[in-house]
Design a binder for this molecule. Sequence first.
Ligand SMILES: [Zn+2]
Ligand SMILES: [Zn+2]
Ligand SMILES: [Zn+2]
Length: 327
Amino acid sequence: MPEFRKDPTVDRWVIIATERAKRPVHREASDTALCPFCAGNESLTPPEVLVFRDQSDPSGLPNWTVRVVPNKYPALVPDGSRLETTSENYEARSGTGAHEVIIESPHHVTDVTLLSESQFGAVLRAYRNRIMELRTDKRFRYILIYKNQGSEAGATLEHVHSQLIAMPMIPKLILEEIETAKNYYQANRRCVFCDLIRKETGGERFVTGNARYLVICPFAPRFPYETWILPKQHASLFERSTQQDDVDLARILRETLIRLNRSLGNPAFNYFIHSNPLDQGENNTYHWHMEIIPKLIQVGGFEWGSGSYINTVTPEQSARSLRAAIP
Ligand SMILES: [Zn+2]
Ligand SMILES: [Zn+2]
Ligand SMILES: [Zn+2]
């Protein structure tokens, strides 16, 4: 049974999940017969919690387009016992939550940019769909959607997929972003992200944009080629996006990942969605966004020791290269 433990010296929750250690080691070979995410191998995963099917396919085969299943080696589980102990500063709670896998294609594709725009759209719809369902469970306070592509980025299976973790507390990083945004709003009566969008549109850190979204390399990136996608209209919650938003986000996300592939030669990467916590809803201060981090460097002692970062590539250089990748 996984467990949350809070480090009393820094107010940070850690998930202790020993079941995760039983995960298969990363297989580089495309062994589709054994791949639990390939169509035909559905019995190798837990039963699905959401499935989209291709309505035009009359074959009657398992003709799904996107499947969402509970993680077989979960970091958190939905039906945890109610463990809550506090003794001498040590706070622990049962690892109650949800840990799901969004399987992004029935085919054994290992680079997500090979999927079509409409498939990207279906994946985004699956994210929203799962968040809308899980947010009715009042035990959860935060849901993080994230993707690991490539073993250097933490993927243990190469078949395209992303993950979702619903948890009963708000992660430290999100709390810090919310606090910073709130302080900025109190000082300026404007959303810090909306101001950033105004400032960066068409500037030297601008990568691309469409009617609804903007892609930039942020002013002070932690990593080379760190890239953010923001909705141009102020919105705090990703899951409130519409189908039309999904069409535009699918297009720009796919395009941005292709730009990164071309600039950097198909790097491993992570992306994640930062959205307002479930109990905070829409407000004037927080603005949801997506962060993409290509895995180009190992984080070293300075970064671990300081929580700060040394970045050897300017965001202006990164943005210039990403702009040039698709002229
Ligand atoms: Zn597969
Ligand atoms: Zn805003
Ligand atoms: Zn963020």
